[in-house]
Design a protein around this ligand. Structure first.
Ligand SMILES: Nc1ncnc2c1ncn2[C@@H]1O[C@H](COP(=O)(O)OP(=O)(O)OP(=O)(O)O)[C@@H](O)[C@H]1O
Ligand SMILES: [Mg+2]
Length: 270
């Protein structure tokens, strides 16, 4: 069980996240939505301990994540994988080595320096790439892949950690609609097949509605909505994005949906 209790982060005078609280009782796929600057990234970064909370607590299966230091904190970061908008791969390194870097926390500095990976890890990396439909790219440099392929490599690297949670910060913001759909499908499948918790910051309402079991809306650092996609009405969306919001950003009809209409698809594949 995941419990976020009044988690707060200040940067000088600015409160980026203000007393955010929510509980997740069983692995779910959760979308966090809100305008630019709402505090979505800051919330995820506190959960992964990339940044420290100013106040409040984050407890996962009885473990007080906010209190961890040193080795325990690194161990947590390996249970809680993070995926970013810009993929954060090593561009000139081959795909399989990028994926193997997901095991970094487990390996000695010397082995890392010389890129020495156990054979079983290499097999596992290739299996994970195959699962994501990109095994044939394994030997290529990461920079030679398309954005959607690179993001799948980043997901493969995350899976290599065998994480309990995957945190994805705007994983499709740099992708075209077709690749956005492939990446969101992959995250959804990982949640359903592996039972992993996936928490995903998303810019557009409809992606959250379509892929997530639960949606959390943030505005000015506060959680202003927490419910099912069905409860996310236009009125609620206005609360989240602000009355005068340009709904083109919130995208009542996203590119993914347009693509769905074109391809005649209406449901997330199981
Ligand atoms: N390191 C930092 N130093 C100072 N202010 C920061 C820092 N990180 C975030 N902020 C501020 O905190 C607020 C929340 O930022 P955050 O990046 O969490 O928003 P976001 O919802 O992820 O936005 P976006 O959709 O643009 O990614 C913003 O006002 C931002 O300027
Ligand atoms: Mg952000």
């Amino acid at each position: 069980m995941l419990q976020i209790d009044k988690l707060t982060r200040r940067f000088g005078d600015k409160t980026a996240v203000s007393a955010a609280s929510f509980t997740v009782r069983e692995p779910a796929m959760i979308g966090i939505i809100g305008r630019s600057g709402a505090g979505k990234s800051t919330l995820l970064r506190m959960m992964n301990r990339l940044i420290d909370a100013s106040e409040g607590k984050f407890v996962f299966d009885g473990l007080d994540v906010t209190a961890l230091t040193g080795r325990d904190k690194r161990a947590w970061q390996s249970r809680c994988a993070m995926i970013f908008q810009q993929f954060n791969l090593v561009p000139r390194m081959d795909v399989v080595s990028n994926v193997l870097h997901g095991t970094l926390n487990r390996r000695s500095t010397l082995a890392t320096m010389f890129n020495l990976f156990p054979t079983e890890d290499i097999h596992r990396a290739v299996d994970i790439l195959a699962r994501l439909g990109i095994a044939e790219q394994a030997a290529k440099r990461a920079e030679a892949l398309s954005g959607g392929q690179q993001q799948r490599v980043a997901i493969a690297r995350a899976l290599m950690q065998d994480p309990d949670i995957i945190l994805a910060d705007e994983p499709i913001a740099s992708l075209d609609p077709m690749n956005a759909q492939i990446v969101m499908d992959a995250l959804r499948r990982i949640h359903e097949e592996d039972g992993r918790m996936v928490i995903c910051n998303l810019h557009t309402l409809d992606t959250a509605r379509r892929y997530c079991d639960r949606v959390i809306g943030m505005r000015d650092g506060r959680i202003v909505f927490d419910g099912t996609p069905e409860q996310l009405t236009t009125g609620v969306a206005r609360d989240i994005y602000g009355a005068g919001a340009d709904f083109s950003e919130a995208a009542t009809s996203t590119a993914i949906e347009t693509l769905d209409r074109q391809t005649g698809r209406s449901k997330v594949p199981a």
